[in-house]
Design a protein around this ligand. Structure first.
Ligand SMILES: O=P(O)(O)OC[C@H]1O[C@H](OP(=O)(O)OP(=O)(O)O)[C@H](O)[C@@H]1O
Ligand SMILES: O=c1cc[nH]c(=O)[nH]1
Ligand SMILES: [Mg+2]
Length: 213
């Protein structure tokens, strides 16, 4: 597993405002959207392309187009939904599949409550969107699921990650033999005793959409 922390002053400045507890939901949604587009630029560096030739008004020009099958973008509901538009801005022809997952806040175990993905992901590059990589349980389950369906290259885009979660994820995916990449805006200090990222930004889903029941 490869982890890439995007080092850019615009990313850091937007993330700082996102962390600020005074930032309201509407601003939080806008900033998350902008931040994802910046992260997506790095995350898609390895997107598969094929050679094409186009005719300019002057001459033939050799270039590239996104290869088929098209990449699949998978936001993990609920909070990952706040990252979808920012990603699709860079990959407008990608397909989108959905995974609904929730972490039990007592046991910190993730469970899946919704799934709407192509049955066969053979040969597909997948981009998983989840703002928080905390214990890593949610992402480990999501990535294992995609690999079981045949995905052969997976990049997860996270706003924040915790070192413990990255280590757990690496261990949890030891059996996976496809490339897995994590792209994040920051590697925070640690998890606290209730599994929240420190300093983090709180509950990403609640900050985007309000407190869940
Ligand atoms: O790395 P983990 O310890 O598994 O935690 C990370 C998960 O927790 C949050 O989701 P949550 O369960 O709060 O659901 P929500 O998106 O509906 O708020 C977050 O959006 C991640 O999906
Ligand atoms: O810090 C955290 C950990 C899990 N989920 C969140 O939304 N925030
Ligand atoms: Mg939540």
């Amino acid at each position: 597993m490869e982890t890439h922390v995007v080092d850019h002053p615009l990313v850091e400045a937007k993330l700082t405002t996102l962390r600020d507890e005074r930032t309201e939901s509407s601003t939080f949604r806008t900033l998350a959207d902008e931040l994802v587009t910046l992260l997506a630029y790095e995350a898609t560096r390895g997107v598969r392309v094929e050679d094409v030739t186009v005719q300019t008004p002057v001459a033939a020009a050799h270039g590239v187009a996104l290869a088929r099958p098209r990449p699949l973008v998978v936001p993990i509901l609920r909070a990952g939904l706040g990252m979808l538009e920012g990603m699709m801005r860079l990959l407008p022809t990608a397909e989108v599949g959905f995974l609904g997952m929730v972490r039990d806040e007592e046991t910190l175990r993730a469970s899946t409550y919704a799934e709407r993905l192509p049955a066969d992901l053979s040969g597909r590059q997948c981009y998983v969107l989840d703002p928080m990589l905390a214990t890593g349980g949610t992402l480990a389950a999501a990535i294992s699921f995609l690999v079981e369906r045949g995905a052969d290259d997976i990049t997860a885009i996270c706003l924040l990650a915790a070192p413990e979660g990255c280590a757990n994820l690496e261990q949890g995916l030891a059996h996976v033999d496809v490339p897995v990449r994590i792209v994040t805006a920051a590697m925070d200090e640690k998890l606290n005793e209730v599994g929240y990222i420190v300093p983090g930004l709180g509950d990403a889903g609640d900050r985007l959409y309000g407190v869940a029941q």
